[in-house]
Design a protein around this ligand. Structure first.
Ligand SMILES: *[C@@H]1O[C@H](CO)[C@@H](O)[C@H](O)[C@H]1NC(C)=O
Length: 132
Protein backbone atom coordinates (compact mmCIF):
# COMPACT_ATOMS: atom_id res chain seq x y z
CA UNK A 1 0.00 0.00 0.00
CA UNK A 2 1.49 3.40 -0.90
CA UNK A 3 2.41 5.71 1.96
CA UNK A 4 0.24 8.83 1.84
CA UNK A 5 1.96 12.07 2.75
CA UNK A 6 0.33 15.31 3.82
CA UNK A 7 1.39 18.51 2.12
CA UNK A 8 3.62 19.06 5.14
CA UNK A 9 5.65 16.07 4.00
CA UNK A 10 4.47 14.05 7.01
CA UNK A 11 2.91 10.60 6.55
CA UNK A 12 -0.75 10.10 7.47
CA UNK A 13 -0.29 6.66 8.97
CA UNK A 14 2.55 6.06 11.36
CA UNK A 15 3.83 3.00 13.12
CA UNK A 16 4.28 3.81 16.82
CA UNK A 17 7.15 1.32 16.99
CA UNK A 18 9.08 3.39 14.47
CA UNK A 19 8.66 6.74 16.25
CA UNK A 20 11.61 8.15 18.16
CA UNK A 21 11.81 7.14 21.81
CA UNK A 22 13.53 9.03 24.59
CA UNK A 23 13.92 8.70 28.34
CA UNK A 24 15.19 12.21 29.10
CA UNK A 25 17.90 10.68 31.25
CA UNK A 26 15.40 8.90 33.51
CA UNK A 27 15.99 5.20 33.94
CA UNK A 28 12.87 3.11 33.50
CA UNK A 29 11.05 5.66 31.34
CA UNK A 30 10.12 5.35 27.70
CA UNK A 31 8.61 8.48 26.17
CA UNK A 32 7.19 8.60 22.64
CA UNK A 33 5.49 11.71 21.29
CA UNK A 34 2.58 10.30 19.29
CA UNK A 35 1.39 13.70 18.19
CA UNK A 36 2.95 17.08 18.72
CA UNK A 37 4.17 20.23 17.09
CA UNK A 38 7.37 18.95 15.54
CA UNK A 39 6.15 15.74 13.94
CA UNK A 40 2.49 16.51 13.39
CA UNK A 41 2.16 20.27 13.31
CA UNK A 42 -0.39 20.18 16.15
CA UNK A 43 -0.62 23.58 17.75
CA UNK A 44 -2.89 23.09 20.76
CA UNK A 45 -2.21 19.65 22.18
CA UNK A 46 0.38 16.91 22.40
CA UNK A 47 -0.22 13.20 22.88
CA UNK A 48 2.50 11.12 24.50
CA UNK A 49 2.84 7.42 25.17
CA UNK A 50 4.82 6.88 28.35
CA UNK A 51 5.88 3.59 29.87
CA UNK A 52 7.33 3.34 33.37
CA UNK A 53 9.11 0.18 34.50
CA UNK A 54 8.35 -1.06 38.03
CA UNK A 55 9.49 1.48 40.61
CA UNK A 56 10.12 4.32 38.16
CA UNK A 57 8.34 7.64 38.32
CA UNK A 58 8.16 11.21 37.08
CA UNK A 59 9.70 14.02 39.09
CA UNK A 60 7.35 15.99 41.33
CA UNK A 61 6.34 18.87 39.11
CA UNK A 62 3.68 21.39 38.18
CA UNK A 63 2.84 23.33 35.04
CA UNK A 64 0.21 25.58 33.61
CA UNK A 65 -0.88 23.05 30.95
CA UNK A 66 -4.13 21.17 30.93
CA UNK A 67 -3.33 17.48 31.23
CA UNK A 68 -5.07 14.15 31.38
CA UNK A 69 -3.62 10.67 31.77
CA UNK A 70 -5.25 7.60 30.24
CA UNK A 71 -3.82 4.47 31.83
CA UNK A 72 -3.50 1.61 29.36
CA UNK A 73 -1.58 -1.07 31.24
CA UNK A 74 -0.41 -1.83 34.75
CA UNK A 75 -1.25 0.14 37.85
CA UNK A 76 0.40 2.68 40.09
CA UNK A 77 0.04 5.70 42.30
CA UNK A 78 -0.67 9.28 41.36
CA UNK A 79 0.33 11.91 43.92
CA UNK A 80 -1.53 15.18 43.65
CA UNK A 81 -1.28 18.24 45.84
CA UNK A 82 -4.14 20.56 45.13
CA UNK A 83 -3.17 24.20 44.94
CA UNK A 84 -6.12 25.45 42.97
CA UNK A 85 -7.64 27.18 45.96
CA UNK A 86 -4.62 27.86 48.13
CA UNK A 87 -1.46 29.88 47.97
CA UNK A 88 0.78 26.91 48.77
CA UNK A 89 0.26 23.33 47.67
CA UNK A 90 -1.25 21.11 50.33
CA UNK A 91 0.00 17.70 51.35
CA UNK A 92 0.05 15.35 48.32
CA UNK A 93 -2.84 12.90 48.25
CA UNK A 94 -2.33 9.35 46.98
CA UNK A 95 -4.57 8.04 44.24
CA UNK A 96 -4.56 4.48 42.95
CA UNK A 97 -4.62 4.31 39.14
CA UNK A 98 -5.10 1.22 37.02
CA UNK A 99 -5.52 0.05 33.41
CA UNK A 100 -8.59 1.66 31.89
CA UNK A 101 -8.63 4.56 34.32
CA UNK A 102 -8.08 8.22 33.60
CA UNK A 103 -6.70 10.97 35.79
CA UNK A 104 -7.14 14.69 35.30
CA UNK A 105 -4.40 17.02 36.54
CA UNK A 106 -5.85 20.41 37.43
CA UNK A 107 -3.80 23.27 35.98
CA UNK A 108 -0.83 24.17 38.24
CA UNK A 109 -1.39 21.34 40.70
CA UNK A 110 1.79 19.61 41.86
CA UNK A 111 1.82 15.97 40.77
CA UNK A 112 3.86 12.84 40.34
CA UNK A 113 3.12 9.52 38.60
CA UNK A 114 4.80 6.48 40.13
CA UNK A 115 4.75 2.87 39.03
CA UNK A 116 4.29 1.31 42.45
CA UNK A 117 3.44 -2.09 40.94
CA UNK A 118 6.49 -4.35 41.26
CA UNK A 119 5.37 -6.75 38.57
CA UNK A 120 4.18 -4.74 35.58
CA UNK A 121 5.04 -1.74 33.46
CA UNK A 122 2.73 1.22 33.88
CA UNK A 123 1.75 2.58 30.50
CA UNK A 124 -0.26 5.69 29.83
CA UNK A 125 -1.32 8.14 27.20
CA UNK A 126 -0.70 11.74 28.22
CA UNK A 127 -2.87 14.36 26.55
CA UNK A 128 -1.43 17.74 27.36
CA UNK A 129 -2.00 21.26 26.08
CA UNK A 130 0.97 22.91 24.45
CA UNK A 131 2.81 25.41 26.64
CA UNK A 132 2.41 28.88 25.28
C1 LIG B 1 -11.76 -0.66 29.11
O1 LIG B 1 -13.10 -0.20 29.15
C2 LIG B 1 -13.80 -0.37 27.94
C3 LIG B 1 -15.18 0.25 28.14
O2 LIG B 1 -15.87 -0.39 29.20
C4 LIG B 1 -13.87 -1.85 27.60
O3 LIG B 1 -14.48 -2.01 26.35
C5 LIG B 1 -12.46 -2.43 27.53
O4 LIG B 1 -12.51 -3.81 27.33
C6 LIG B 1 -11.71 -2.13 28.81
N1 LIG B 1 -10.33 -2.58 28.65
C7 LIG B 1 -9.67 -3.17 29.62
C8 LIG B 1 -8.23 -3.50 29.33
O5 LIG B 1 -10.16 -3.45 30.70
Amino acid sequence: MPVVFLNTGLPLVRNISELPQDNYGRGGLSHITLAGSALHVLKEVEVWLQTFSPGSRTPIHRHSCEEIFVFLNGSGTLYLASSSHEKYPGKPQEHFVFANSTFHIPVNDVHQAWNTNEHEDLQMLVIISSTS
